[in-house]
Design a protein around this ligand. Structure first.
Ligand SMILES: [Zn+2]
Ligand SMILES: [Zn+2]
Length: 291
């Protein structure tokens, strides 16, 4: 089905192993050294970190297994769709977007993934760490996973640094040297990981605020350059304003924006554009149309 490689790849195994190692070292080495597992503070921190690690694993599993969104068989874009996706049609030289490999029309924002060997709705990118595309159906859970992973990484770093700075005297701990070594290894793994995840999260927040996918960001850079060369203004057609952009990606309920619920808006075949919104001022002409 769809040419996807097997579920358990080396990157997936590495992610699960990293979560397991960081979890074990934080809860069973760092917390006992610093706070002790018999104190209220120790138990509270161990419980909170356990919940966070479980949330990471659960959202990761959904991001891996959930279909990112496929084009329904026999999909034909109607004329209205063609109107609303004018910029994509223009870019492709006047034709409706058609995938030669899958032999079907491509809905707006869908792209063909060479790894998955099929078209993916609102494709963002193919992620080797989940061995899956990030698309319309799993983008939100992917984002929530990255958010939880950032929080968990920095939380673990705080507990690890704390355990190095405030550990109980050495002679009261059996196996102190080995615990110190595993804490240091954990810190060395965690520091670049926390930084990389935070950068990834920041990047996707930046994209969401403009309602862009990673692919559309790169296309937009090109379109903007071409438009500027011709003295025009390029406008991303799916940018509906910050609040509407957040709703269309994270769901209509603001209290569920950061929760691991799958409340994606729409079926992934049509998207509102800034040209659909009834506005008092006429929308800016897009590059392809202006003089
Ligand atoms: Zn395709
Ligand atoms: Zn893919």
């Amino acid at each position: 089905m769809g040419g996807r490689p097997g579920y358990l790849t080396l990157p997936i195994f590495s992610v699960v192993a990293a979560i397991g190692y960081v979890y074990y070292t934080t809860v069973f080495v760092a917390v006992p050294r610093w706070l002790g597992l018999s104190t209220a503070a120790g138990v509270a921190n161990a419980a909170a970190f356990t919940a966070l690690a479980a949330a990471c694993l659960a959202t990761y599993a959904v991001a891996v297994r959930r279909d990112p969104g496929r084009v329904p068989p026999g999909f034909v874009p109607d004329v209205e769709d063609a109107e609303s996706t004018v910029h994509e049609i223009k870019r492709k030289g006047g034709d409706l977007r058609y995938c030669q490999k899958c032999c079907h029309y491509k809905p707006p924002r869908a792209h063909h993934c060479r790894v998955c060997k099929r078209c993916v709705l609102k494709m963002d990118h193919h992620c080797i760490w989940i061995n899956n595309c990030v698309g319309h159906e799993n983008y939100k859970i992917f984002l929530v996973f990255v958010l939880y992973a950032v929080v968990a990484s920095f939380y673990a770093l705080i507990l690890i640094v704390g355990s190095v700075l405030h550990s109980v005297p050495k002679d009261e701990q059996p196996g102190s040297d080995s615990s110190r070594t595993s804490i240091i290894i954990c810190g060395v793994i965690l520091s670049p990981l926390a930084l990389a995840l935070a950068v990834l999260l920041g990047w996707h927040i930046y994209l969401i605020l403009q309602n862009k996918t990673t692919i559309e960001y790169h296309e937009g850079v090109r379109a903007m350059w071409l438009a500027e060369k011709g003295g025009d203004l390029y406008h991303h057609p799916y940018d509906l304003g910050v609040y509407e952009n957040l709703i269309s990606v994270l769901g209509p309920n603001i209290f569920c924006w950061l929760c691991p619920v799958l409340n994606t808006v729409g079926n992934g075949l049509r998207y509102r554009t800034s040209y659909d919104i009834p506005v008092s001022t006429p929308p800016k002409k897009i590059a392809a149309h202006s003089q």
